[in-house]
Write a protein that binds this ligand. Structure first.
Ligand SMILES: Cc1cc2nc3c(=O)[nH]c(=O)nc-3n(C[C@H](O)[C@H](O)[C@H](O)COP(=O)(O)OP(=O)(O)OC[C@H]3O[C@@H](n4cnc5c(N)ncnc54)[C@H](O)[C@@H]3O)c2cc1C
Length: 458
């Protein structure tokens, strides 16, 4: 009896962060050989960084050894990718090693780069100007917030796209609670500065969030395309001449894609991989895919989107290697909590075509979670998600109640707004570019600056 010969192909995943780990563990269940490349020893649960400045977690509680998170069949190469040769199907590593692949997946996420905004780094960096998207930034800010006696606290999104566009909103809401508990809220003016047209770009969620922010006396300064930071005068300056003074500036520096992809034809101007947003396949090479924050899709850069992507992509890579067509079924499903302070959180469940709306999740009429309204159950679910992340999400398996594709069950969408997001997706699918999308993952700010004579920042 002749036995059918199984062909083992080589899948290389660059980046073993949230999505690289999920995808590698998912693909390790196939007969293919899976290699991940990442210099990291510790993997961090990044959503936890939000709570570090407020003393709710220490960074050391948020990390685990990467080696323990990968299935045994996954080979981990502890190295840095320095260049890709798409035509030769090779990946060059920092140590000189060259890896060949049948399929390459870009999962190197996005990095904050404060040097991209004029005046942001300098003598005030980590003294009067802070960030919390990095482990060390979050720890230093904890100390600073403890010492802060009063004045102008400005929380500013420097540019878009950013990862987890709701995290800065959560920061201002937690700051409100933090200073109330310390009985000095009346001495702190909290201002939220954003390049977007409001706190959130989708109408129903924006309305809700603006209401909450106004209620908490948090001022929103919108459409603020940052020209520079004047550290001497302690103010941020917009291209249109507006200025916002600060005593403590908490910023989300500009997010950029990976440098090693420059010049490969794979990425857009910001370094994010141009993909078909339904299949996650590169627009340039069929054997290259991207996942997570590294992919240029019209949806926010969050782990929850990455979780849904990992499942579609797992199937697509197996299909591609088997000579079958890839499926174009990824709907951009995002399911994210917004911590509102005072023990409550909001839940947003949406996708490319449907904006966040009110309702219950996951069971219609029952919940127990409430969509687009603060509740205690949502808050506990957000905190419990850390356990789900380590024990379920990273395994690459399906999570009950968190489907790959969004469901309309339990949602109450006003009919006049039902199709608001759809036209934007249509244009994204045509051009792989968008003008605006739910989480600010768009290029509007760059275009505005170009109209004023181009970026002045490096
Ligand atoms: C403060 C904060 C709050 C957040 N809150 C939420 C939330 O509530 N819900 C949610 O869903 N998401 C949230 N996120 C976003 C979420 O953490 C990210 O979207 C998710 O981690 C992205 O996964 P990724 O795999 O694309 O990138 P990452 O997890 O960032 O991993 C990228 C990996 O690539 C590696 N790498 C980079 N360059 C190279 C190279 N050249 N060679 C080899 N390896 C390389 C890095 O070492 C890293 O391990 C939050 C993020 C932050 C910072």
């Amino acid at each position: 009896m002749g036995q059918r010969k199984i062909k083992h192909k080589h899948i290389v995943i660059v980046g073993a962060g949230t999505t690289g780990i999920m995808l590698a563990n998912n693909l390790a269940r196939s007969h293919h050989n899976v290699t991940v490349v990442d210099p990291a020893v510790i993997h961090y649960y990044q959503p936890g960084f939000l709570f570090v400045p407020f003393g709710m977690y220490h960074v050391r509680q948020l990390g685990k050894p990467l080696a323990k998170l990968l299935r045994r069949r996954v080979k981990h190469v502890r190295d840095v990718a320095v260049s890709v040769q798409p035509k030769a199907k090779t990946l060059q590593l920092e140590t000189g090693e060259v890896l060949s692949y049948d399929v390459l997946v870009i999962a190197t996420g996005t990095q904050t780069n404060p040097t991209k905004t004029e005046g942001l780094v300098g003598y005030g960096w980590r003294k009067t100007i802070h960030d919390y998207y990095t482990p060390d930034g979050a720890e230093v800010l904890r100390q600073k917030l403890n010492e802060f006696q009063g004045g102008n606290l400005v929380v500013q999104v420097m540019d878009v796209p950013i990862k987890c566009a709701v995290a800065p909103l959560e920061f201002v809401l937690l700051a409100d609670e933090f200073f109330k508990k310390r009985q000095c809220r009346d001495k702190v003016k909290i201002t939220y500065v954003t390049p977007m047209s409001s706190a959130f770009t989708q109408p129903i969620a924006a309305h809700k969030l603006n209401h909450i922010l106004t209620d908490r006396s948090i001022e929103v300064v919108a459409d603020f395309q940052t020209e520079k930071v004047d550290q001497t005068a302690q103010k941020v300056i917009c291209y249109d001449g507006r200025e916002v003074p600060y005593d403590l500036l908490v910023c989300i520096p500009r997010n950029v894609g990976a440098k090693y992809l420059e010049g490969t034809g794979l990425v857009n101007d910001e370094g994010f991989v141009k993909v078909n947003c339904r299949s996650l396949q590169s627009l340039a090479y069929p054997y290259i895919f991207a996942i997570g924050d590294a992919a240029d899709i019209p949806m926010g850069k969050t782990g929850s989107v990455g979780h849904a992507e990992a499942r579609t992509l797992g199937r697509n890579i197996k299909a591609y290697l088997a000579g079958r067509p890839v499926e174009e079924t990824f709907d951009g499903h995002s399911n994210c909590f917004i911590e509102c302070g005072a023990g409550r959180a909001m839940l947003l469940d949406f996708n490319y075509d449907t904006q966040p709306c009110e309702g219950t999740f996951p069971i219609a009429g029952v919940g127990p979670m409430k969509l687009l309204g603060p509740s205690r159950i949502n808050h506990w679910a957000k905190l419990a998600f850390r356990w789900v992340y380590w024990h379920r999400l990273l395994s690459g398996r399906a999570i009950p109640f968190l489907p790959e594709r969004m469901s309309m069950v339990g949602k109450r969408m006003p009919p006049e707004l039902a199709s608001v997001a759809a036209p934007k997706l249509a244009s994204a699918e045509k051009t792989n570019k968008i003008d605006s999308n739910p989480n600010g993952n768009h290029n509007r700010a760059s275009k505005d600056k170009t109209a004023k004579g181009g970026r002045k920042t490096p």
